[in-house]
Structure formats: structure tokens, C-alpha cells
Design a protein around this ligand. Structure first.
Ligand code: NAD
Length: 357
């Protein structure tokens, strides 16, 4: 069959190596940045300060106020702070929350971002911003928020607690899996997604076995890089939509939510996405990717149910309502019944069952 596709790649300079944080000063120099705002979460402020120390007086301030899901008030304060200090760029050090706050600044000011990711969330490779206001998380795309440079240093992920390492890795795996049935999947993204799933599925158990294993940490971060690039180049479907609704409305923790929902969305979607199913089977070496991801998530110690993560049972109706209010692309038609089945299974944390088309 002749090929037909549109490929929308993004240009980001990526520096990947154990110890790569030592190149931070050189990379800011390359971007000609002199007045930097370093952005982190409060809990990661000390590490961010240490990592940014070689930048000396190029750092104008450390803004350690990032929180998950980027509340609009937090974003507004960071934008005002960046403007008051007249900075010429942001260095985001941390996971998706720190990078998300730097993106909120870039969206309003156009300031460039240099990202130093320390989780597997993958935000650093996407032009996607997210903001939460009054219980609703909105996402959008803007080339201004795509980092100019990303420094991946697996040594910085050694401190990421094992539980978060697993769920963050599954968050990355979700980017790759949903890219495989996105309407704008290209052959290059399919290759990257397959490699990402393969590498993550191998590396995560090794990280659990020895969180200080730099080779395993390097593989997991490499898989996360690929996954982030897949997410950045494709349209998100039902899985990401549900996780955004759950994060915005109930402030559920981002990556554990992804880990609890992914097997059930895949069980729902993969029958309608034969190419994605075939690639996931090959990458994971199993017949049933949905059941396999559910099993490894539990075996690696992550919470399996949204109930355990704090979703109230009556929240399922709200999720259905919000999901249907702003439709998303999906390989299988979405209606209230289908979302309820996926949500109930994710809430209960039971093994995924395949709902016939
Ligand atoms: P996070 O950034 O909130 O980090 C989770 C916790 O781990 C935080 O307390 C943080 O301080 C801590 N932490 C981070 N790295 C650490 C390390 N190496 N060692 C010890 N502690 C560490 O969580 P996340 O899952 O990376 O990001 C979630 C946020 O990212 C959500 O708001 C989500 O919407 C967003 N996100 C956005 C995109 C995008 O493309 N826009 C993609 C993925 C995630």
C-alpha cells in the first residue's frame, strides 16, 4: 500500500548524557541568555539551586512555586515576576510541573526555555501548555512554549522515588501508546513510539530493582524523551483527555492517574486501532498490551485504582460530562456509556476487560 502521512516534527536541541547538567552554562551561553529565572517546585528547590549554581550571577532568581496542573493564579504570579525582573529566559528544573510553569511564562512573554527534566513526563519535548482554572484544565499548543534546549541527565533522576519513577514512566508510555492511534501518526513517530515503549517496559523494572542503576535510569529517560517527542507531534485522544479532566476537576496526582487509567483506555481503544495493537504487541512482546500494562503497573508497586488516588465515586458522572463537553479525537467513538465503562474500571482498579466494538 502506498504511504500517506503528514509529519509535524519540532526542533529542540537535546543534550543527553550522564552528567550533562555540567553543560548548563555552556548551553545558556549558546542561547545568549544573561538574566535567567530558574523555575522549580518547592520540594525540588535545593536541587534546582545546586544544578543552577554554575550559572552564577546569570541567575536573577529561583522561583520555586510550581505546582501540578498549573493553576492560573500561580501562572499569573510567575509571569509578573519574570516581567518585574526583566529576565531574558527561564531555566525549568524538575518534572512536568516546573516545565509547565515555565511554559505559562513563555506563553505570555515569549521568553525562551531551557529545560532540565528530572521525571519522565515528557513535557519538555512538546509545544503543549496546560492551565487549570476553577476545576477545569485547559490545554493548547503554541510554538512559543516549546523549550529551545533540553538537557537530559539521568543522574538527576536517581532521587526520583521509585513509585513516582514507575508512574511517571507509565505516563511516558501513555504518550507513545496514544500517538500510535493518533490521526496524525507518521512513520517516524511510529518508530519512535515503538522504541519508547520497548525501552520503558524494560527499564522500569530495572529502576525498581536498583533505583541507582544509571544505565537503567538512562534507558528510562531515553524512552521518556522519545515519548515526549511523540506527544508533541500528534493529537491527544481519550486517555489524555480523561487524565486532564481528572487532574483539573479533582486535583488527582498526574502520573499515578495516567497509570490507573491507561490499561482501561487501551482495552477500550485497541480493537479499533489494529496498527497500534500490532506495534504495542511487538514492543511489549505480549498478546494483550492492556492487561500487560495493568499487571506490570501493579507488580511495580503503583496504585491501580482511581479510588485509591482519591476520586470520589460520584466524580465519575462529572468526568463523563466534562469529557463530552469538549470532544477529542479517538479511534473508537466516545459516548457516555463507553466513558463510564473505562472510568468505572479505572476507579475499581480491576483487570481490564475488552468491550466489544
Ligand atoms: P511533578 O513535576 O509535579 O513532580 C512530582 C514530584 O516529584 C514533585 O514534588 C517534584 O518536586 C518531585 N520531583 C521531580 N523530580 C524529582 C527528582 N528527580 N527527585 C526527587 N523528586 C523529584 O510531576 P510530573 O508528573 O513530572 O509532571 C506533572 C505535570 O506535568 C502535570 O501538571 C501535567 O499536566 C504536566 N505535563 C505536561 C505535559 C505537556 O506536554 N504539556 C506532558 C506531561 C506532563
Amino acid at each position: 500500500m502506498s504511504k500517506e502521512f503528514v509529519h509535524h516534527g519540532h526542533t529542540v536541541r537535546v543534550v543527553f548524557a550522564a552528567g550533562a547538567r555540567a553543560r548548563l552554562a555552556e548551553e545558556t551561553e549558546r542561547l545568549d541568555l544573561r538574566r535567567l529565572l530558574v523555575v522549580s517546585t518547592p520540594g525540588h528547590a535545593d536541587q534546582a539551586r545546586d544544578i543552577a549554581a554554575p550559572l552564577g550571577n546569570r541567575v536573577v532568581d529561583l522561583h520555586a512555586h510550581a505546582t501540578m496542573h498549573v493553576p492560573v493564579a500561580t501562572a499569573a504570579k510567575a509571569v509578573a515576576h519574570a516581567r518585574d525582573l526583566d529576565v531574558d529566559g527561564c531555566v525549568a528544573i524538575g518534572g512536568g510541573s516546573a516545565i509547565g510553569l515555565a511554559k505559562a511564562v513563555a506563553k505570555e512573554t515569549g521568553l525562551p526555555i531551557l529545560a532540565v527534566p528530572t521525571t519522565y513526563a515528557g513535557s519538555e519535548m512538546t509545544p503543549i501548555w496546560g492551565l487549570t482554572d476553577a476545576g477545569r484544565k485547559t490545554t493548547g499548543r503554541d510554538p512559543k512554549v516549546l523549550p529551545a534546549t533540553v538537557i537530559y541527565d539521568p543522574e538527576l533522576t536517581v532521587t526520583l522515588p521509585v513509585g513516582l519513577s514507575v508512574t511517571s514512566g507509565i505516563n511516558a508510555l501513555a504518550h507513545a501508546a496514544e500517538a500510535l492511534y493518533a490521526p496524525d501518526l507518521s512513520p517516524v513517530i511510529a518508530l519512535m513510539a515503538e522504541e519508547s515503549v520497548k525501552v520503558l517496559a524494560t527499564a522500569l523494572p530495572q529502576v525498581v530493582g536498583d533505583p541507582t542503576d544509571i544505565d537503567a535510569r538512562s534507558d528510562a529517560l531515553y524512552g521518556a524523551w522519545l515519548a515526549g517527542a511523540c506527544l508533541g507531534s500528534t493529537t491527544m485522544s481519550l486517555h489524555h483527555k480523561l487524565c486532564h479532566v481528572l487532574g483539573g476537576a479533582f486535583d488527582l496526582p498526574h502520573s499515578p492517574t495516567h497509570a490507573a487509567v491507561l490499561p482501561h483506555v487501551l482495552a477500550f481503544n485497541l480493537q479499533a486501532a489494529p496498527t497500534a495493537l500490532e506495534i504495542l504487541r511487538r514492543a511489549l512482546g505480549v498478546e494483550d498490551p492492556a492487561v500487560h500494562i495493568h499487571t506490570i503497573t501493579a507488580d511495580l508497586g503503583a496504585a491501580r485504582s482511581l479510588r485509591e488516588l482519591g476520586l470520589p465515586a460520584e466524580g465519575i458522572d462529572q468526568v463523563i460530562q466534562q469529557t463530552l463537553a469538549t470532544p477529542c479525537t479517538n479511534p473508537r467513538d466516545i459516548n457516555a456509556d463507553g466513558i463510564r465503562r473505562v472510568m468505572q474500571a479505572s476507579y475499581d482498579g480491576r483487570p481490564p476487560s475488552h468491550n466489544p466494538l
